[in-house]
Design a protein around this ligand. Structure first.
Ligand code: FAQ
Length: 325
């Protein structure tokens, strides 16, 4: 927790001066990237650690809903594509944990925060994947929403996060395309296949709309994140981009977006109906959905992997010159 000074705004912490902040913000305004050894406000560091670590947790927990389908994929081709996708998500978690470590937090501290629920991860991964079509719908909608957000974050002011995002976005683009390809195919298939695609859309649409965060009026972090060039667009702006792209494509595929209020305004934007934020917060807190199960699964993975971490530690601590077999 950073301390503020009396008579100074909240984003200026104890020991920091308005002049330091002005020089820092001038660098960002000039389009320079902030790098790990550079001076940065304590609150900038705190915000980045919070956001990047939660993003890393989301990638790792995000492996669980789709991972369940690897052994049940209908063909070898679909199985190999899904295995590659889930493996990519593990890689994204690695890049992001490394990016957060450059800010002075350890991997152990981040994992501890996840397992004790001090840190959040995306609400979207607390939903079950109940049919095979969910795998396609997660690719199309969840990766679609993630790309909209992360293409924006690729331009953010913190160098390590921005560079991680460039690579992650190129992989997410492949995930998005494979998901869309699957759903478009099923939507044109037998009545049963089309129904499976529609059911998946009915279940994933609203969680995907919600995953881009609360409305701007209820988003306490957007002010500082925007001030320091971390968020270049607000939650509602990114959500609008996601909806504008996906609604016409879903309609073209012959599917119905489960929002009776969805309509296009004169400017061409697709306008959504009311979002159920009560459900969103309940899912994040683990009161609804699979939150408790997800954390238990991550805890089991942590426990089962303890011997690997111990063995690595012993290997690294071996006497100099000792042969390693
Ligand atoms: N779930 O003030 P804001 C993916 C929290 S990766 C849970 O608006 P902010 C890849 C927020 O943390 C998906 N919590 O927050 C993939 C804050 O709580 P805190 C993840 C949420 O940070 C695909 C509070 O609400 N992407 O999908 C959520 O300005 C397929 C107030 O909210 C990222 O993490 C939520 N949905 O904006 C993997 C991208 N929304 O921390 C596998 C980086 C908000 O103060 C398969 N993160 N909260 O206690 C971001 O861009 C931002 O953090 C937002 C939220 C936009 C998510």
């Amino acid at each position: 927790m950073t301390q503020t000074q009396p008579n100074l705004p909240k984003h200026i912490s104890a020991g920091e001066t308005p002049e330091q902040h002005a020089a820092f913000e001038a660098r960002i305004a000039a389009g320079e990237k902030i790098e790990p050894g550079d001076w940065m406000p304590a609150e900038y560091r705190r915000q980045l650690i919070r956001m990047i670590s939660q993003h890393a947790h989301s990638e790792v927990v995000g492996m669980l809903p789709e991972g369940e389908w690897i052994s049940k994929a209908p063909t070898l081709k679909r199985k190999t594509i899904l295995m590659a996708k889930v493996q990519d998500e593990a890689g994204h978690g690695q890049y992001l944990y490394h990016a957060a470590e450059t800010l002075g937090i350890t991997r152990e501290e981040m994992i501890e925060a996840l397992l004790t629920r001090k840190a959040k991860y995306s609400s979207i991964f607390n939903y079950p994947t109940t049919t095979w079509a969910d795998v396609g719908m997660v690719g199309w909608l969840v990766d679609g929403a993630a790309i909209k957000n992360q293409t924006m974050l690729a331009g953010c002011s913190y160098g390590p996060y921005s560079r991680a995002m460039v690579r992650i976005c190129s992989e997410e683009t492949f995930h998005h395309k494979q998901g869309k390809e699957m759903i478009v195919l099923y939507a044109q298939g037998t009545p049963e296949q089309k129904q499976m695609a529609q059911d998946a859309l009915n279940r994933w649409w609203w969680p995907a709309v919600q995953m881009l965060g609360p409305h701007d009026s209820d988003s306490p972090n957007t002010g500082e994140l925007s001030r320091w060039g971390i968020k270049l667009k607000t939650n509602d702006e990114v959500r609008q981009e996601f909806i504008n792209e996906h609604v016409p494509e879903l309609m073209e595929a012959g599917l119905t977006v489960p929002d009776p209020d969805m309509h296009q305004d004169e400017a061409g934007n697709w306008i959504h109906g009311p979002i159920d934020w009560t459900e969103f917060w309940a899912v994040i807190k683990g009161e609804r959905g699979l939150g408790k199960q997800r954390i238990a699964t991550r805890q089991a993975a942590q426990d089962e992997g303890a011997w690997v971490r111990d063995a690595l530690e012993a290997y690294m601590a071996r006497p100099k010159g000792e042969a390693a077999d």
